[in-house]
Structures are given as C-alpha cells and as structure tokens.
Write a protein that binds this ligand. Structure first.
Ligand SMILES: [Zn+2]
Length: 414
C-alpha cells in the first residue's frame, strides 16, 4: 500500500510557494532565511551583533557560537527581533538554570499562526472532519497551548473538547462516556493513566507531546488503543511546534522551513545523520525571537534512510531530555544520572499502575503509585534496584479513587 506523504510537505510547499519539496530547495530556503536573519541582526546590533552578516553555505553555520538557556534568561530584550508592540504572547519559565532569572520566549501573531498551521498538518494525520477530540493540555488563556491546538482542530472541521489536565479520573470518564471522543491529544503518561483508570471508551487514536515517551508507555498506550501513537515534538523556543509524525510512524518530520537542525556531541562537535546527540536549532522562521544554534538539551538523532512516505524532510527519532540535576550516588549506575523517564519505563511496565510520583532525597527514593489491581511490588522494586543499586527504595501503592488526579500536571521529574 502506498503511504500518503507527510502533510508537512504540503504545508511547506504552500508557505514557500514550491511545487515540490526536495532537500535541494529546502536547503536553499534555509540558507536564504538564515542570511536574511544574520543581516537583520547585524543591522540592529542586538544579542547576535558580533556574527557575520552572511555565510556562504549551510556548512558554515557550525562556525557560529551556540546560544544557551542561560542566554535566554539573561538577554530576553537583546534577543527580541520585533517591537514590543508586535509581541502577542510571552512564555516565562520558572526553571532558571544558574542565573536566577526566568527564561522568557516571545511570539508574534505570525509565530502563533505558524504554530496552528503545523498543528493542523500533524493533527490532520489522525483527525477528520466530524471527529471529536479530547485535549488534555493546559488551557492558560488566549494563545496558550490548549487554545492553539483547539484552533487547529476547529479549522480541520472537528470538535475540540477542552478538558485540560486537572480533571479527576472520574470526571474524565464521565466526559468520555457522554461526548464519545475518537481522538486524544495530550502527554504520553497522562494518556496511559487515563486509559488504565477510565478505560478506552470510544477513543481510537492519539497524538502525544509535551514530555518524554518511554517505550513501555508507548507500548501500553498502543496496545490499549489498538493503534499506533502519533508523537509530536515541540519546544517553546520553536513556537511549541517542531516535528510531526506521518502515517509511516517512523520518526517525526521536522518543519525545516522554520528550523535548521543539527546534532552535536557533548563538546559541541557536529555528528552525522544516524548518531545520537543533542539537538541544536536555528529558528529561521520565528519572527519575534529567532535563535541561532540554540542548544535544546534534548537528545535525539536524525534518521538517515528515506521515509516510506516519500517526504525528504529530516526526521527526528524519539526525543529524551538530557539528564541533569539528579546525580546518582552509585558509581555503578550506567550513566550516573537517573531520570523520571528511567523510572517510568520500569513502573508502567506493570499494567496495574495508573500513575506514580517520585521523590529522591540523598540516596532515598520514595515512589507512590496509584493502582488498579495488585502490583507485583517485589518485581518492580527489584527492577529499580537493578538500575540504581545504591538507592534505598520504598514503593507505596494505593488503590485509585474516582477523585484522584494525574500526579504531574507538567513534565515528569524526580
Ligand atoms: Zn514520513
């Protein structure tokens, strides 16, 4: 069966006035937009004033310095390329690195419109006119994530159910029973928790984003839905919209007319396609706050083989956060750092666990789990000890009540 080409190709062709999207014309567009950006930055004397006004090839991009999360916290004004009056929305991050200042990202109306258009391309793979879609991302006011997704769903001729992430399981179940959604949009663990706590009801397909998606979570969701998940990747720095899954389900196609992507090793050296490393982005399509060689802290790789759907855009493999902030006392632990994803991978492999919360203090890890049925506690504890042998681990389980809520409203952490 011939697969339909990723809807991203049609979007890029439309936005860039192309008859076909090839590597050659994508890269020509990237170089042209990058040089336009460098020239504007040189003119205005902002944060990037020391950079050359133009470069001769995309390969020369690697000679420019990186931009870091600290820079976003320290120089928000210097990084803003449009006027304050043109800023439609600002996202502030409580996590501040070492500066004590909050990281801020700005968007114009055009940036947010581009985000909605990418959501339409990604959601268009699984949502059809007449679909009813439950949105379980937060609704934080006009132009918030939930609202932008809702707008994309409405434009696709479908009905958005704006549920957010703070309902109780009993409330989710009641809405699913009454409104009969066929699709879900939200975070991966949240989807698995809802499916295990409430049952599948009429939900058939799901787009997941916003957090890491460990393999046991993905397998659990796909088995309960009897369909493949559509993962999406986006970060605030790229307008919350970066890469979408096509019907081949082999990675996520990157919106390359807005983002030039590189993969680098820990020392910042470029890595070839196929190798795992940190994703570095140059956001040539962002109007308010374009970034040059921003180190995302996300670990992934580019697929090196062509996608069966025929699109020539770069595809990202699974994305994980770079491990930081939780050093393990055990020298024997393979990476010396433990993440919530590592623990999720173990805990959710037990089908009776609906959700769990982690607290790590010195070398004591406390895990609280909400359950439906009897968890094999010995097996779970033994698997945690396998990856973290020097930790003292306690696991407490409680049966789920309808009033319980999801334990992490945002990204899962230790
Ligand atoms: Zn594809």
């Amino acid at each position: 069966m011939k697969l339909r080409r990723s809807r991203l190709d049609a979007l890029i062709a439309d936005q860039e006035h192309l008859s076909a999207v090839t590597r050659e014309n994508i890269e020509a567009i990237q170089l042209e937009k990058l040089n336009r950006l460098l020239s504007r930055e040189a003119d205005r004397g902002g944060f990037y004033r020391g950079l050359p006004e133009r470069i001769g090839s995309l390969a020369e991009l690697s000679s420019l310095p990186f931009t870091t999360e600290e820079d976003l916290a320290r120089h928000p004004g210097g990084l803003l390329l449009c006027s304050q009056a043109e800023v439609q929305r600002v996202l502030s991050d409580a996590t501040s690195g070492t500066t004590g200042a909050a990281k801020r990202v700005f968007y114009t109306e055009g940036d947010l419109e581009n985000t909605v258009q990418l959501y339409m391309a990604g959601l268009g793979e699984l949502i059809f006119p007449g679909s009813v879609t439950m949105i379980c991302f937060s609704f934080s006011g006009p132009f918030g994530l939930g609202e932008l997704i809702s707008e994309a769903i409405t434009r696709l001729g479908a009905t958005p159910l704006k549920l957010g992430c703070a309902l109780s399981y009993g409330e989710y179940a009641a809405v699913m029973e009454k409104e009969k959604p066929d699709t879900f949009v939200g975070m991966p663990v949240q989807l698995l928790s809802i499916l295990r706590a409430c049952g599948r009801h009429s939900v058939q397909r799901a787009l997941v984003s916003g957090d890491a998606c460990p393999k046991s979570i993905m397998r659990g969701c796909e088995s309960l839905l009897s369909s493949r998940l559509f993962p999406h990747y986006g970060s605030r720095e790229m307008g919350m919209a970066g890469a979408i899954c096509c019907s081949a389900h082999e990675g996520m196609h990157l919106r390359e007319n807005h983002i030039i992507a590189e993969i680098v090793d820990e020392d910042g050296r470029g890595l070839p396609w196929g190798e795992w490393g940190e994703l570095v982005i140059t956001t040539i399509g962002m109007e308010a706050m374009p970034l040059i060689r921003y180190r995302t802290g996300d670990i992934t790789r580019f697929f090196s083989d062509p996608c069966p759907c025929g699109s020539e855009t770069l595809r990202l493999d699974t994305v994980k956060r770079k491990k930081s902030g939780t050093p393990m006392p055990a020298a024997s632990f393979s990476s010396s750092l433990l993440s919530a994803s590592d623990l999720d991978e173990i805990l959710f492999a037990d089908e009776c666990i609906v959700d769990c919360r982690y607290d790590l203090l010195c070398n004591e890890l406390s895990v609280q789990a909400l359950t439906v049925g009897a968890v094999d506690k010995d097996a779970v504890l033994s698997r945690i000890q396998d990856v973290a042998p020097s930790l003292s681990v306690t696991l407490s389980c409680r049966s789920l009540c309808p009033d319980d809520q999801i334990l992490y409203f945002g990204k899962r952490s230790l």
